[in-house]
Design a protein around this ligand. Structure first.
Ligand SMILES: Nc1ncnc2c1ncn2[C@@H]1O[C@H](COP(=O)(O)OP(=O)(O)OP(=O)(O)O)[C@@H](O)[C@H]1O
Ligand SMILES: [Mg+2]
Length: 209
């Protein structure tokens, strides 16, 4: 199993953000109490995609999972048929699992061309069967009307203090002991990103195992 998968958040409680308000806002979605299109934006590696997938899964009935996890650069190759597929998937999910508000996750929404984003907007207005959870690193590249149809939540870089507790726990479980000073130094190189932090921790563990 890939190192980052081994330690990936599995449930909403495992998610860690810099700003407590982000988790508070997202909680309503995870609890299936808030039904809106969502746009998470912020720098790389801050758990935007992870949050969308974990929350989408948490909303699903027991024993089922969200199957629509898409990359905008991929669906851009044939957007009309991909949007039809999303809609058909939502209708099928409603029928098969009884879920009221199915979710599709679309990563890096800024990768759609302007006219494709217009098309997505029209899809959002027309299709009432489900909700889109989207992510981007570049909010400014997402046009205003599309943003306006979503709850936009900024997921900011993580400080070392926020990354550290989890980093200690991972090192502890891998090596059975933690050198707090060394791990602090290591995490300072992580650019506020979970991805970079995990890479640094994996290297550190590999050197010592
Ligand atoms: N709380 C956490 N504990 C451990 N690993 C985490 C945590 N949150 C996220 N990760 C891991 O960090 C990595 C990056 O997360 P993710 O891909 O969700 O970031 P992102 O914000 O979508 O990045 P990008 O903007 O580059 O797409 C993933 O491997 C994910 O499993
Ligand atoms: Mg992502």
């Amino acid at each position: 199993m890939r190192f980052e998968d081994k330690y990936a958040p599995r449930s909403f409680d495992d998610l860690i953000f810099e700003d407590a308000e982000v988790k508070q806002k997202l909680k309503y979605y995870a609890e299936n109490r808030r039904h809106k299109h969502l746009l998470l934006y912020g720098p790389p590696g801050t758990a935007k995609t992870t949050a969308c997938v974990v929350i989408a899964n948490q909303r699903q009935p027991e024993g089922t999972e969200c199957l629509d996890i898409l990359e905008a650069s991929f669906i851009a190759l044939d957007l009309p048929s991909q949007l039809e597929k999303i809609e058909a998937g939502w209708i099928a999910q409603k029928r098969l699992t009884g879920v009221d508000h199915p979710i599709a996750v679309i990563n890096e929404i800024d990768q759609l061309k302007v006219e494709q984003r217009h098309r997505l907007r029209a899809f959002i207005d027309k299709c009432r069967h489900g909700f889109l959870f989207m992510t981007t690193n570049h909010l400014a590249s997402v046009d205003e009307p599309l943003r306006d149809r979503c709850e936009c939540i900024e997921v900011g870089s993580l400080t070392s203090e926020t990354l550290l507790e989890r980093a200690y726990a991972i090192v502890q479980s891998e090596l059975g002991e933690v050198d707090h000073v060394e791990i602090q130094k290591l995490i300072e190189t992580a650019n506020g990103s979970w991805r970079d932090a995990l890479l640094a921790i994996e290297d550190y563990v590999l050197e010592r195992k």
